[in-house]
Design a protein around this ligand. Structure first.
Ligand code: ZN
Length: 355
Protein backbone atom coordinates (compact mmCIF):
# COMPACT_ATOMS: atom_id res chain seq x y z
CA UNK A 1 0.00 0.00 0.00
CA UNK A 2 1.14 3.52 -0.79
CA UNK A 3 2.86 5.32 2.06
CA UNK A 4 0.62 8.39 1.99
CA UNK A 5 2.50 10.56 4.52
CA UNK A 6 5.84 9.95 2.79
CA UNK A 7 4.35 10.62 -0.64
CA UNK A 8 2.96 13.94 0.51
CA UNK A 9 6.09 14.91 2.42
CA UNK A 10 8.24 14.16 -0.62
CA UNK A 11 6.05 15.85 -3.21
CA UNK A 12 4.18 18.57 -1.23
CA UNK A 13 1.58 18.04 -3.95
CA UNK A 14 -1.76 17.47 -2.26
CA UNK A 15 -3.74 18.08 -5.45
CA UNK A 16 -1.97 15.23 -7.30
CA UNK A 17 -2.35 12.92 -4.30
CA UNK A 18 -6.05 13.77 -4.17
CA UNK A 19 -6.62 13.24 -7.89
CA UNK A 20 -4.77 9.91 -7.79
CA UNK A 21 -7.14 8.79 -5.00
CA UNK A 22 -10.45 10.36 -5.91
CA UNK A 23 -12.58 8.16 -3.64
CA UNK A 24 -10.70 8.18 -0.34
CA UNK A 25 -7.39 8.71 1.42
CA UNK A 26 -6.87 7.28 4.91
CA UNK A 27 -6.41 10.02 7.51
CA UNK A 28 -2.85 10.85 8.62
CA UNK A 29 -0.95 13.71 10.18
CA UNK A 30 2.53 15.11 10.57
CA UNK A 31 4.26 18.35 11.48
CA UNK A 32 6.05 20.90 9.34
CA UNK A 33 8.12 23.85 10.52
CA UNK A 34 7.82 27.06 8.54
CA UNK A 35 10.99 28.89 7.57
CA UNK A 36 10.02 31.53 10.15
CA UNK A 37 9.90 28.86 12.87
CA UNK A 38 6.16 28.32 13.11
CA UNK A 39 5.24 24.72 13.93
CA UNK A 40 2.28 23.62 11.85
CA UNK A 41 0.23 20.48 12.39
CA UNK A 42 -0.85 19.01 9.03
CA UNK A 43 -3.81 16.63 9.05
CA UNK A 44 -5.12 14.97 5.93
CA UNK A 45 -8.71 14.08 6.81
CA UNK A 46 -9.62 12.41 3.52
CA UNK A 47 -9.12 12.90 -0.18
CA UNK A 48 -9.22 16.62 -0.94
CA UNK A 49 -9.53 17.63 2.71
CA UNK A 50 -6.45 18.96 4.50
CA UNK A 51 -6.17 20.89 7.75
CA UNK A 52 -3.33 23.17 8.86
CA UNK A 53 -3.08 24.31 12.48
CA UNK A 54 -0.34 26.59 13.84
CA UNK A 55 1.20 25.55 17.15
CA UNK A 56 -0.37 27.73 19.82
CA UNK A 57 2.96 27.99 21.67
CA UNK A 58 4.98 29.63 18.97
CA UNK A 59 5.76 33.23 18.19
CA UNK A 60 3.38 33.70 15.30
CA UNK A 61 0.44 32.56 17.36
CA UNK A 62 -2.04 35.40 17.60
CA UNK A 63 -3.73 34.36 20.83
CA UNK A 64 -6.76 32.16 21.28
CA UNK A 65 -9.18 35.07 21.40
CA UNK A 66 -8.13 36.15 17.92
CA UNK A 67 -7.47 32.77 16.31
CA UNK A 68 -9.39 32.58 13.05
CA UNK A 69 -10.92 29.38 11.67
CA UNK A 70 -10.84 29.65 7.88
CA UNK A 71 -12.30 27.24 5.33
CA UNK A 72 -11.10 27.67 1.73
CA UNK A 73 -12.89 25.44 -0.74
CA UNK A 74 -12.47 24.95 -4.49
CA UNK A 75 -13.38 22.37 -7.11
CA UNK A 76 -16.95 21.95 -5.85
CA UNK A 77 -17.49 22.00 -9.61
CA UNK A 78 -14.82 19.83 -11.19
CA UNK A 79 -14.08 21.90 -14.30
CA UNK A 80 -13.47 25.18 -12.42
CA UNK A 81 -9.72 24.95 -12.42
CA UNK A 82 -8.41 28.40 -11.45
CA UNK A 83 -9.50 28.22 -7.79
CA UNK A 84 -8.15 24.65 -7.61
CA UNK A 85 -4.76 25.88 -8.84
CA UNK A 86 -4.91 28.82 -6.40
CA UNK A 87 -5.66 26.58 -3.39
CA UNK A 88 -3.19 23.88 -4.51
CA UNK A 89 -0.48 26.54 -4.60
CA UNK A 90 -1.28 27.77 -1.07
CA UNK A 91 -1.36 24.16 0.19
CA UNK A 92 2.01 23.44 -1.42
CA UNK A 93 3.58 26.55 0.11
CA UNK A 94 2.22 25.55 3.53
CA UNK A 95 3.54 21.99 3.17
CA UNK A 96 6.95 23.37 2.17
CA UNK A 97 7.02 25.62 5.26
CA UNK A 98 6.91 28.79 3.17
CA UNK A 99 3.95 30.40 4.94
CA UNK A 100 4.03 31.65 8.55
CA UNK A 101 0.53 30.43 9.27
CA UNK A 102 -1.23 32.37 12.04
CA UNK A 103 -4.70 30.83 11.87
CA UNK A 104 -6.36 27.44 11.46
CA UNK A 105 -7.21 26.72 7.84
CA UNK A 106 -9.13 23.84 6.31
CA UNK A 107 -8.69 23.41 2.55
CA UNK A 108 -11.30 21.49 0.61
CA UNK A 109 -10.88 20.26 -2.96
CA UNK A 110 -14.55 19.55 -3.45
CA UNK A 111 -15.12 17.01 -6.18
CA UNK A 112 -11.95 15.07 -7.14
CA UNK A 113 -13.82 12.57 -9.35
CA UNK A 114 -15.37 15.38 -11.41
CA UNK A 115 -11.98 17.13 -11.64
CA UNK A 116 -10.49 13.93 -13.09
CA UNK A 117 -13.27 13.82 -15.67
CA UNK A 118 -12.96 17.57 -16.35
CA UNK A 119 -16.69 17.85 -15.72
CA UNK A 120 -18.85 20.10 -13.57
CA UNK A 121 -20.09 17.00 -11.71
CA UNK A 122 -20.24 13.22 -12.10
CA UNK A 123 -23.89 12.51 -11.32
CA UNK A 124 -25.35 15.55 -9.62
CA UNK A 125 -24.43 19.20 -8.99
CA UNK A 126 -22.56 19.04 -5.66
CA UNK A 127 -23.41 22.66 -4.90
CA UNK A 128 -27.10 21.80 -4.79
CA UNK A 129 -26.73 19.05 -2.19
CA UNK A 130 -25.89 20.87 1.04
CA UNK A 131 -28.28 21.30 3.98
CA UNK A 132 -30.21 18.38 2.53
CA UNK A 133 -33.64 17.60 3.85
CA UNK A 134 -34.34 14.18 5.32
CA UNK A 135 -36.29 13.36 2.16
CA UNK A 136 -33.31 14.12 -0.08
CA UNK A 137 -31.04 12.11 2.22
CA UNK A 138 -33.25 9.08 1.66
CA UNK A 139 -32.90 9.43 -2.11
CA UNK A 140 -30.50 7.21 -4.02
CA UNK A 141 -26.99 7.70 -2.72
CA UNK A 142 -24.45 8.73 -5.34
CA UNK A 143 -20.89 10.02 -5.18
CA UNK A 144 -21.86 13.68 -4.86
CA UNK A 145 -24.40 13.05 -2.11
CA UNK A 146 -21.81 11.14 -0.08
CA UNK A 147 -19.27 13.87 -0.72
CA UNK A 148 -21.66 16.65 0.40
CA UNK A 149 -22.31 14.78 3.66
CA UNK A 150 -18.57 14.24 4.20
CA UNK A 151 -17.75 17.91 3.55
CA UNK A 152 -20.52 19.04 5.90
CA UNK A 153 -19.19 16.90 8.76
CA UNK A 154 -15.59 18.03 8.13
CA UNK A 155 -16.64 21.69 8.28
CA UNK A 156 -18.85 21.20 11.36
CA UNK A 157 -16.02 19.44 13.18
CA UNK A 158 -13.51 22.11 12.12
CA UNK A 159 -15.63 24.95 13.50
CA UNK A 160 -16.31 23.08 16.74
CA UNK A 161 -12.85 24.22 17.87
CA UNK A 162 -13.95 27.85 17.73
CA UNK A 163 -16.23 28.85 20.56
CA UNK A 164 -16.83 32.23 18.97
CA UNK A 165 -18.55 32.16 15.59
CA UNK A 166 -17.20 35.69 14.97
CA UNK A 167 -13.91 34.08 13.93
CA UNK A 168 -15.28 31.58 11.42
CA UNK A 169 -14.74 32.24 7.73
CA UNK A 170 -15.56 30.31 4.57
CA UNK A 171 -14.69 31.35 1.04
CA UNK A 172 -16.00 28.89 -1.55
CA UNK A 173 -14.11 29.66 -4.76
CA UNK A 174 -15.61 29.04 -8.20
CA UNK A 175 -15.37 30.15 -11.81
CA UNK A 176 -18.50 30.59 -13.92
CA UNK A 177 -19.54 28.67 -17.04
CA UNK A 178 -20.22 31.83 -19.05
CA UNK A 179 -18.74 35.26 -19.50
CA UNK A 180 -19.84 37.96 -17.08
CA UNK A 181 -20.30 41.74 -17.36
CA UNK A 182 -18.69 41.80 -13.91
CA UNK A 183 -15.75 39.42 -14.22
CA UNK A 184 -15.57 38.55 -10.52
CA UNK A 185 -18.50 38.49 -8.14
CA UNK A 186 -19.53 37.07 -4.79
CA UNK A 187 -22.81 35.69 -3.55
CA UNK A 188 -23.60 36.57 0.05
CA UNK A 189 -25.82 33.76 1.40
CA UNK A 190 -29.22 34.60 2.90
CA UNK A 191 -28.73 35.73 6.52
CA UNK A 192 -32.36 35.44 7.64
CA UNK A 193 -32.58 39.16 8.38
CA UNK A 194 -29.16 39.57 10.04
CA UNK A 195 -27.25 42.59 8.69
CA UNK A 196 -24.86 42.18 5.75
CA UNK A 197 -21.33 42.81 7.08
CA UNK A 198 -19.74 45.71 5.27
CA UNK A 199 -16.30 44.77 6.60
CA UNK A 200 -16.56 41.49 4.70
CA UNK A 201 -17.44 43.44 1.54
CA UNK A 202 -14.31 45.54 1.94
CA UNK A 203 -12.28 42.33 2.28
CA UNK A 204 -13.80 41.05 -0.97
CA UNK A 205 -12.92 44.33 -2.67
CA UNK A 206 -9.33 43.99 -1.50
CA UNK A 207 -9.41 40.48 -3.01
CA UNK A 208 -10.48 41.94 -6.37
CA UNK A 209 -14.21 41.27 -6.05
CA UNK A 210 -16.41 44.37 -5.95
CA UNK A 211 -19.65 42.92 -7.27
CA UNK A 212 -21.79 41.28 -4.60
CA UNK A 213 -25.16 39.61 -4.87
CA UNK A 214 -27.29 39.34 -1.73
CA UNK A 215 -29.33 36.15 -1.60
CA UNK A 216 -32.92 36.44 -0.43
CA UNK A 217 -33.73 32.84 0.48
CA UNK A 218 -32.14 29.64 1.81
CA UNK A 219 -30.30 27.60 -0.82
CA UNK A 220 -28.58 24.22 -0.99
CA UNK A 221 -25.10 25.69 -1.60
CA UNK A 222 -21.98 25.03 0.44
CA UNK A 223 -21.68 28.69 1.50
CA UNK A 224 -25.29 28.85 2.71
CA UNK A 225 -24.62 25.69 4.74
CA UNK A 226 -21.56 27.15 6.52
CA UNK A 227 -23.28 30.51 6.94
CA UNK A 228 -26.53 29.15 8.32
CA UNK A 229 -25.43 26.01 10.18
CA UNK A 230 -22.04 27.26 11.41
CA UNK A 231 -22.61 31.05 11.48
CA UNK A 232 -19.42 31.54 9.45
CA UNK A 233 -18.76 34.65 7.40
CA UNK A 234 -19.33 32.80 4.19
CA UNK A 235 -19.37 33.55 0.46
CA UNK A 236 -19.58 31.83 -2.89
CA UNK A 237 -16.98 33.66 -4.98
CA UNK A 238 -16.91 33.54 -8.78
CA UNK A 239 -13.45 34.42 -10.05
CA UNK A 240 -14.02 34.62 -13.81
CA UNK A 241 -14.67 32.21 -16.64
CA UNK A 242 -13.82 28.51 -16.25
CA UNK A 243 -10.85 27.36 -18.34
CA UNK A 244 -8.91 24.08 -18.59
CA UNK A 245 -5.92 23.41 -16.30
CA UNK A 246 -2.84 25.30 -17.41
CA UNK A 247 -4.82 27.90 -19.41
CA UNK A 248 -5.57 30.20 -16.49
CA UNK A 249 -3.61 33.41 -16.25
CA UNK A 250 -2.79 33.37 -12.56
CA UNK A 251 -2.17 37.14 -12.67
CA UNK A 252 -5.98 37.44 -12.90
CA UNK A 253 -6.18 35.97 -9.40
CA UNK A 254 -3.32 37.85 -7.80
CA UNK A 255 -5.51 40.13 -5.68
CA UNK A 256 -7.37 37.12 -4.25
CA UNK A 257 -4.14 35.22 -3.69
CA UNK A 258 -2.59 38.18 -1.85
CA UNK A 259 -5.69 38.81 0.27
CA UNK A 260 -5.88 35.13 1.30
CA UNK A 261 -2.17 35.07 2.09
CA UNK A 262 -2.57 38.18 4.27
CA UNK A 263 -5.53 36.56 6.01
CA UNK A 264 -3.63 33.33 6.70
CA UNK A 265 -0.52 35.09 8.01
CA UNK A 266 -2.41 37.72 10.02
CA UNK A 267 -0.85 40.54 8.06
CA UNK A 268 -2.78 43.76 8.59
CA UNK A 269 -5.29 44.04 5.80
CA UNK A 270 -5.40 47.47 4.19
CA UNK A 271 -9.19 47.55 4.26
CA UNK A 272 -10.78 50.72 3.00
CA UNK A 273 -13.84 52.22 4.65
CA UNK A 274 -16.98 50.80 3.05
CA UNK A 275 -18.29 53.06 0.28
CA UNK A 276 -21.37 52.00 -1.63
CA UNK A 277 -19.96 53.67 -4.77
CA UNK A 278 -17.00 51.24 -4.81
CA UNK A 279 -19.32 48.28 -5.37
CA UNK A 280 -21.87 46.85 -7.77
CA UNK A 281 -24.45 45.50 -5.35
CA UNK A 282 -27.42 43.38 -6.39
CA UNK A 283 -30.22 41.46 -4.79
CA UNK A 284 -32.09 38.54 -6.29
CA UNK A 285 -35.37 39.55 -7.89
CA UNK A 286 -36.82 36.61 -9.85
CA UNK A 287 -36.04 32.92 -9.49
CA UNK A 288 -37.32 31.17 -12.62
CA UNK A 289 -37.71 27.40 -12.56
CA UNK A 290 -38.07 25.36 -15.73
CA UNK A 291 -41.58 23.93 -15.86
CA UNK A 292 -41.74 22.29 -19.26
CA UNK A 293 -39.62 20.95 -22.11
CA UNK A 294 -40.61 24.10 -24.07
CA UNK A 295 -38.62 26.41 -21.81
CA UNK A 296 -36.58 28.91 -23.85
CA UNK A 297 -34.67 32.13 -23.27
CA UNK A 298 -35.32 35.23 -25.31
CA UNK A 299 -31.61 36.04 -25.50
CA UNK A 300 -28.62 34.38 -27.17
CA UNK A 301 -26.98 31.31 -25.67
CA UNK A 302 -23.79 33.35 -25.29
CA UNK A 303 -25.30 36.21 -23.25
CA UNK A 304 -23.05 37.21 -20.36
CA UNK A 305 -24.05 37.08 -16.71
CA UNK A 306 -25.38 40.49 -15.52
CA UNK A 307 -26.67 41.41 -19.00
CA UNK A 308 -29.36 44.07 -18.38
CA UNK A 309 -32.95 44.07 -19.62
CA UNK A 310 -35.38 47.01 -19.77
CA UNK A 311 -38.60 46.79 -17.76
CA UNK A 312 -41.20 45.03 -19.91
CA UNK A 313 -38.65 43.19 -22.05
CA UNK A 314 -39.31 39.46 -22.50
CA UNK A 315 -36.61 37.35 -20.81
CA UNK A 316 -37.90 33.80 -21.13
CA UNK A 317 -40.93 31.74 -22.05
CA UNK A 318 -42.08 28.35 -20.89
CA UNK A 319 -45.08 27.03 -22.86
CA UNK A 320 -47.81 29.59 -22.12
CA UNK A 321 -45.76 31.30 -19.40
CA UNK A 322 -43.91 34.54 -20.12
CA UNK A 323 -41.23 36.10 -17.93
CA UNK A 324 -40.51 39.82 -18.30
CA UNK A 325 -37.98 42.19 -16.75
CA UNK A 326 -39.77 44.25 -14.12
CA UNK A 327 -37.15 46.63 -12.73
CA UNK A 328 -34.73 49.25 -13.99
CA UNK A 329 -31.31 47.64 -14.11
CA UNK A 330 -32.68 44.08 -13.86
CA UNK A 331 -30.08 41.62 -15.12
CA UNK A 332 -29.80 37.90 -15.79
CA UNK A 333 -27.62 35.49 -13.85
CA UNK A 334 -26.72 31.80 -14.34
CA UNK A 335 -29.07 31.08 -17.26
CA UNK A 336 -29.22 27.36 -18.03
CA UNK A 337 -32.12 26.07 -20.12
CA UNK A 338 -30.75 22.51 -19.94
CA UNK A 339 -31.56 21.87 -16.28
CA UNK A 340 -34.07 19.09 -15.46
CA UNK A 341 -37.71 20.21 -15.29
CA UNK A 342 -38.46 21.64 -11.86
CA UNK A 343 -34.95 23.06 -11.35
CA UNK A 344 -33.78 26.65 -11.53
CA UNK A 345 -33.12 27.84 -15.09
CA UNK A 346 -32.40 31.51 -14.33
CA UNK A 347 -32.07 34.15 -11.66
CA UNK A 348 -32.67 37.80 -12.26
CA UNK A 349 -31.09 40.43 -10.04
CA UNK A 350 -31.74 44.12 -9.44
CA UNK A 351 -29.50 46.84 -7.98
CA UNK A 352 -29.29 46.93 -4.17
CA UNK A 353 -28.70 50.06 -2.10
CA UNK A 354 -27.82 50.07 1.60
CA UNK A 355 -30.41 52.17 3.40
ZN1 ZN B 1 -18.96 26.58 -9.63
Amino acid sequence: MLNFPKTLQDSADFLSLTLAHEWAIPSFEYKVKSNTGVNIQVTVLDTGIILFEPDVNNAAYVGEAKLKHIVLSCGIHGNETAPIELCASLIKQLLLGQIALAHRVLFIIGNPAAINQNKRFVEENLNSLFSNTAKQKQAAVNFERKRAALLESAVLEFYQQSANAEHRYHYDLHTAIRASKHEKFAIYPFLHGQPWQQEQLTFLKLAGVNTVLFANAPTSTFSYFSSHQCHAKSFTIELGKAKPFGENNMADFEAMQKALMALLTNKTLALAQFEQADFNLYEIHQRINKQSANFAFNFPETAANFTCFNPGELIAQDGELRYYAQHKGEAILFPNANVPIGQRALLTVKPYVFS
